[in-house]
Design a binder for this molecule. Structure first.
Ligand code: GLN
Ligand code: ZN
Length: 774
């Protein structure tokens, strides 16, 4: 029985986010390149030692990056975009950070849970986008007919040498050539058409040379990540795999082709036939394909099974895993590799730091470090050397979780059972509601509003921090927040906005704020996961049935409404966004958790309405991010996701106006489903695409009211009234003007008050001009 163990990658930010601290001090000029490099070396050494001490057969080298693994490959493959015109004397590391962060800014990546780049005038940073369906963002390679590749592998080879010098058995990990090209963006000067796949021929010899260098350095295995094999690939890309890997295989180093995140489906037999020494598949996302992969993959090849969930934080059910592995091991004649399903980049570092988690729940979890041990225990059990104590502890924890009354709340299950088919329907159709809402709200044409948050000033953040530390009494904290709300309301009144908001001063984060008040959530102390560069997020953990013990936003909203005669819009985060930005249960479908969240938010919507709030916004910026990687699965997701939104929203009477907000990304391919959410008003980010997005809404004849963002809140530039009038005129050409709202394109929490007031003053003037011209 030869069972080998390895991982696809490890979190690089460090147990105490050492890399983040070092990077940010380096960018401030306080830490030299040499010192930063030393921190990197230290972290790598620690993380390799963890892998070895856990008993893994290989340590993985090449997963470390000072900012992003794709950016590493841009340098490794010598394809830094020419537009940066780097001076020859500029160090590789400073070029790297220029590509990542732009040349003349501190790269104000202001956030709505996703990343934005500042519009640097000179050398703008590379674009960032989401790594497959994760919340990690990579830097997008820019590819053009002029792109040339060359080998610049000193950093990678040095890391390999570092690991070897520490006595480790090394497996090098790289992004495969096809996935690298796929992730790139075609930048074509002029309009000429160009297909980045055409660069493959030129790229392969560079990969070949790289593999050769690794071979010379004594590396036995190279992992080449090709997760695009889990996507719907165009035919040309599929056929490119065969010739590409045939060519790379000539080098004579063992290639482990790594796939993850998504089933292989129609690419399965192609993938199994590729001329490589081994294949890694994701046994968590595609357990149903394990048997066919085992059958298709030639007997002499290595099969690496991703059996521990690399995307979630739950302890593995080792008995269940062994039951899956045993028949596979039999079929492979005892030859099997074991690994987590994907890189551990997407889970926090270690549970050891969680000293304040409830004991029960702590025993149900496994972060990156604990997952290493799980792999090792599985290997022992398969090879006939079971670690009985570890297996028993795992059994106890799994059984405890399964039976826990904290996870399973009968009243939540009963409520789900009892849902009627029309629970997600408003009483009347939109045109009828629209008439009633107009009669009630008496808003002018082109009504003005904002997306919810006002500046989170230093004073607000300081108050929250000292309240959390227990230094500021509840009453004092609440009084200060009420004063902030009063300030926001009076500013909005002075500006002449039509629909006001309370400003979200009391909220740290749009998901955390609600998670902290709902049953079924816990929060870790140090459960950080890299989002991009030095930025980390600490997602809440949904461990049990969700319900809302008590109203969450009513007091603040009612307080705001008591201060003004204008309508105040209540502000909630939607069920899909809460789900999307949390670690979710793996013991029930995501759809079920979404439904529970929907009912909890429905209760809040109901309470706001009862308290006299006439307009309620339910933010769903993450609805598009939840789309499955394969199109064939979109409909199923969109069905339950939009239904969850409607269930939260549809409790109100016809005269209450429901808003939603979305930002980031193209919505044109899911417009029917957005319309099916049936919000009375949708506000969306459009200003950066110069209203391009709206064309889609126009062509589709989007039936309800729309507030296209008229200025980009991520840009420090003050938008002029004229700019905004022009955008509104453009919008009026495709959307019936009677359905148009006027608002910024996202929340204002990352801005200062002075710029916010200046921009909103111009925005209100723009709405007035539109009314005058009508
Ligand atoms: N209401 C939130 C805010 O204004 C919406 C944030 C978002 O779009 N992600 O900050
Ligand atoms: Zn937004």
């Amino acid at each position: 029985m030869t069972v080998h163990t390895h991982i696809l990658g490890f979190p690089r930010i460090g147990a105490a986010r050492e890399l983040k601290l070092a990077l940010e001090s380096h960018w401030r000029g306080e830490v030299s390149e040499a010192a930063l490099e030393a921190t990197g070396r230290q972290l790598r050494a620690r993380h390799w030692a963890l892998q070895r001490d856990a008993g893994l057969d290989y340590v993985t080298v090449g997963d470390f990056a000072f900012y992003d693994q794709v950016a590493n490959h841009i340098q490794l493959l010598g394809c830094e975009p020419a537009r940066f015109s780097f001076a020859p004397e500029q160090s590789p590391l400073s070029r790297y950070f220029t590509m990542a962060r732009g040349a003349d800014t501190h790269a104000a990546h202001a956030g709505c849970g996703h990343a934005h780049h500042a519009h640097a005038a000179g050398t703008a940073a590379l674009e960032m986008t989401k790594w497959f369906d994760t919340n990690y963002h990579y830097l997008v390679p820019e590819l053009s007919p002029q792109t040339r590749f060359s080998l610049a592998c000193e950093r990678l080879l040095a890391e390999v040498a570092e690991a070897q010098a520490l006595g480790h058995q090394v497996k090098a990990a790289l992004i495969g050539p096809l996935t690298f090209l796929w992730l790139g963006k075609e930048k074509t000067p002029g309009e000429s058409s160009f297909d980045r796949l055409a660069l493959l021929e030129q790229l392969l010899p560079v990969y070949g040379a790289l593999l050769d260098r690794l071979k010379q350095q004594g590396v036995a295995w190279v992992q080449l990540d090709e997760p695009i094999l889990g996507l719907d690939l165009p035919g040309a890309w599929r056929s490119a795999f065969e010739s590409a890997y045939w060519q790379l295989n000539q080098v004579g180093i063992n290639i482990l082709l790594a796939t993850y995140f998504s089933p292989l489906e129609e690419n399965l037999s192609l993938t199994c036939r590729l001329p490589v020494a081994g294949l890694h598949v994701d046994g968590i996302r595609a357990p149903h394909e394990l048997i066919s992969v085992t059958d298709w993959l030639p007997a002499h090849k290595v099969l690496s099974v991703g059996i521990v969930d690399g995307r979630n934080i739950w302890r593995t059910d080792l008995d269940e895993a062994l039951a899956v592995l045993q028949p596979l091991a039999a079929k492979r004649n005892g030859h099997l590799w074991l690994a987590p399903s994907c890189s551990l980049l997407h889970v926090p570092f270690s549970l050891a730091a969680e000293t304040e988690l409830d004991g029960d729940i702590q025993s149900w979890l496994a972060f990156a470090t604990e997952k290493l041990s799980e792999i090792a225990v599985l290997k022992g059990a398969l090879a006939g050397r079971p670690d009985d104590a570890a297996l028993a502890a795992s059994r106890l924890a799994i059984a405890g979780r399964r039976a826990s009354p904290r996870v399973h709340r009968p009243q939540v299950a009963q409520r789900l059972q009892a849902l009627t088919p029309t629970i997600d329907r408003r009483d009347s159709s939109f045109p009828q509601r629209q008439a009633m809402q107009r009669a009630r709200l008496q808003l002018p044409d082109f009504p003005t509003t904002t997306i919810g948050s006002f500046p989170q000033t230093a004073a607000i953040r300081a108050a929250r921090a000292s309240f959390k530390r227990g230094e500021l009494a509840v009453n004092d904290y609440e009084q200060q927040m009420r004063a902030e709300i009063a300030h926001a309301v009076s500013r909005q009144e002075a500006l002449g906005l039509d629909v006001l908001v309370h400003g979200e001063a009391e909220r740290n984060d749009m998901v955390e704020y609600f998670g902290e008040q709902l049953d079924g959530f816990i929060f870790t102390r140090h459960g950080w996961v890299q989002s991009y560069g030095s930025r980390c997020v600490k997602p809440p953990v949904i461990y049990g049935d969700v319900q809302r013990p008590t109203a969450m936003t009513v007091e603040w909203t009612v307080h705001a409404q008591s201060l003004t005669h204008k309508p105040v819009k209540g502000m909630l985060t939607g069920p899909v966004t809460i789900l999307q930005w949390s670690f979710v249960r793996d013991d029930q479908p995501r759809a079920t958790t979404a439904l529970q969240l929907a009912l909890a938010m429905r209760d809040e919507v109901q309470d706001l309405e009862t308290a006299g709030i006439g307009i309620i916004q339910i933010d769903e910026p993450a609805i598009r991010e939840g789309l499955p990687l394969r199109r064939g699965r979109w409909d199923a997701y969109l069905d339950w996701a939009t239904r969850a939104f409607r269930i939260a929203a549809s409790v109100v009477s016809d005269t209450t106006q429901i808003h939603t907000h979305m930002c980031y990304a193209e919505f044109n391919d899911i417009l029917p489903q957005i319309a099916a959410m049936d919000a009375d008003v949708i506000t969306i980010e459009t200003s950066r695409s110069d209203m391009e997005l709206l064309k889609g809404f126009g062509q589709f004849q989007y039936p309800n009211e729309i507030g296209p963002g008229v200025y980009d809140i991520h840009s420090p530039r003050l938008p002029s009234t004229l700019d905004m009038v022009k955008l509104l005129q453009k919008a009026s050409a495709v959307i019936p003007p009677a359905n148009l709202w006027v608002n910024p394109d996202c929340g204002l929490k990352t801005r200062g008050w002075a710029e916010t007031e200046a921009a909103l003053k111009n925005m209100v003037a723009a709405a007035q001009q539109m009314r005058a011209a009508a």
